[in-house]
Design a protein around this ligand. Structure first.
Ligand code: BES
Ligand code: ZN
Ligand code: ZN
Length: 485
């Protein structure tokens, strides 16, 4: 789908569907102008309460030749006082999908012109993001995809080209992340993810892939202990781009989490192909940075393997010496994410000495219990970084919520036989305990752990998300990087 900008009067632009927005019970210059041409069709709908401008409401009117468009689609923007860029993204997605349903091939939209609170550039970005992300479907394995409706072109009236291009790059990377997350685990293996990372070389990214032999030499024992139950070869991937102050991102890449010997019940295992969302997200961040040639130096890395039960699996009570020399009493094979991250975090800090290290992981079910699906859990050793991420989260609506990492939480992670236990001793504060464990593998670097268990995957279509991977984290961290430079 092509998204373009065009200057001119909306009523003169030929298209199948023209999209106009309206705040609740509040007509504007666009709706008035259109209504006059439509012989009061909107006015009638408002009067008989068929349409009021409530958020997400849709009213489609045929123009019968009174305008260059075939149809006008009015979309409700909700109450003006509640309106923000996220409402714009949602209205963009809702109106786009409704237009697509009418078999429209060419759509003209003016939604970004409805409110002047945010700067125009931000509104054009949000509008484009909402439409492109709302258009996402994961249908490559379905015969029915051939019957899907497609919009060929969207024209943004008085839009800015640069804003559209920027939004398209970010949305494309987000959709790549969604594709990787949605891809079935028999296809999206550790080797597949490593091959995907190698494709970033085309953008000038330096990519290094370490296989089992190298990881043995590097003493990635915690990671290898998880991988030893699987027939899939583990991979550790490091991608680097740019020069200067170094920011690093590390993603959990479990391509399937069966739980291992501590096997998950069927309902809990169903969606566990998304346990590599952290890895996919760091690839997405790299894709955006390298495509837009942002002036930053970043390292994105991910350990990737499968967590399976077998005769060669690691066992609860195994003691394992991690990359940084600390011994781990591994007490639950389903707490595998922290095992693979422990080696990766210690390695990246030691070998690259980044100024900041941020990890993304679908680490704990407890995070969903605590925060649900609308906030990423954030744990950190640095207050200022947290503030910056809260800001970037509010700006992108990929919001984060900080949980504490207080001394007292360390008690439960003490082991009788090793330096640290891999899990706590009760059913309390699972997300915090996961982070406490990771902190044993972080030395001096400013570090943030983002638990995306709740935000990386949605169980149903909602706004500009469709059931499955969300791509959460890409927009958040690109925004944070941009705010920094
Ligand atoms: N991948 C899971 C966490 C998860 C659960 C993510 C549900 C998304 C949805 C992780 O590896 C795991 O199984 N964690 C355990 C930790 C426990 C054994 C300490 C959990 O959350 O139960
Ligand atoms: Zn697990
Ligand atoms: Zn897991």
């Amino acid at each position: 789908m092509k998204v373009t900008a065009q200057k001119g009067d909306f009523e003169k632009m030929p298209c199948d569907v023209l999209v106009l927005g309206m705040f609740e019970n509040e007509e504007n210059t666009f709706t008035r102008k259109a209504d006059a041409l439509l012989k009061n069709e909107l006015g009638k709908a408002l009067k008989n309460k068929e349409f009021s401008g409530e958020a997400g409401q849709i009213k489609i009117v045929s123009t019968l030749g009174t305008m260059a468009a075939h149809k006008v689609l009015f979309v409700g923007l909700g109450k003006k006082k509640d309106y923000n860029l996220e409402q714009l993204r949602r209205a963009a997605s809702a109106s786009f999908k409704a237009a697509r349903e009418t078999c429209a091939r060419r759509v003209v939209t003016t939604l970004h012109l409805c409110d002047a609170k945010e700067i125009l550039h931000e509104r054009v970005v949000a509008l484009t993001e909402g439409m492109v992300l709302g258009n996402y479907r994961f249908s490559q394995f379905k015969e029915e995809r051939k019957k899907e409706k497609h919009v060929d072109e969207v024209i943004i009236v008085d839009g800015q080209k640069e804003s559209i291009q920027r939004a398209e790059v970010i949305a494309a990377a987000t959709m790549h992340v969604r594709d990787l997350v949605n891809m079935p685990p028999n296809i999206a293996t550790p080797t597949y993810l490593a091959d995907e990372a190698l494709k970033l070389k085309m953008l000038g990214v330096k990519v290094t892939v370490y296989g089992k032999k190298e990881l043995e030499k590097m003493r990635f024992n915690a990671m290898l202990s998880v991988a030893q139950g699987s027939a899939q070869e583990p991979k550790f991937v490091v991608m680097e781009y740019g020069k200067g102050k170094l920011y690093s991102f590390v993603g959990k890449g479990i391509t399937f989490d069966s739980g291992g010997l501590d096997i998950k019940p069927p309902k809990m295992m169903e969606d566990m192909k998304y346990d590599m969302a952290g890895a996919a997200t760091v690839m997405g961040i790299m894709e955006v940075v390298a495509t837009l040639k942002l002036p930053v130096h970043i390292v994105c890395a991910f350990p990737t393997c499968e967590n399976m039960p077998s005769g060669t699996s690691y066992r609860p009570s195994d003691v394992i010496t991690a990359y940084n020399g600390k011994t781990i009493e591994m007490m639950n094979t389903d707490a595998e994410g922290r095992m693979i991250l422990s080696d990766a975090l210690a390695y990246i800090e030691k070998e690259y000495k980044p100024d900041v290290m941020i990890d993304l992981a679908t680490l704990t079910g407890a995070c969903i219990i605590a925060l649900g699906y609308w906030a990423t859990g954030m744990l950190s050793n640095d207050d200022q970084l947290c503030e910056e991420l809260v800001t970037a989260g509010n700006e992108t609506y990929e919001r984060v919520w900080r949980l504490p990492l207080w001394e007292e939480y360390k008690e439960n992670m003490k082991s009788d036989v090793a330096d640290v236990r891999s899990i706590g001793k009760g059913f309390d504060a699972g997300t915090i305990e996961g982070a406490v464990f990771l902190q044993h593998f972080v030395d001096k670097v400013k570090w943030v752990h983002l638990d995306i268990a709740g935000t990386a995957w949605f169980n149903a279509d909602k706004y500009y998300f469709s059931r499955g991977g969300t791509g959460a984290g890409v927009r958040l961290l690109v925004k944070w990087l941009e705010n920094r430079v």
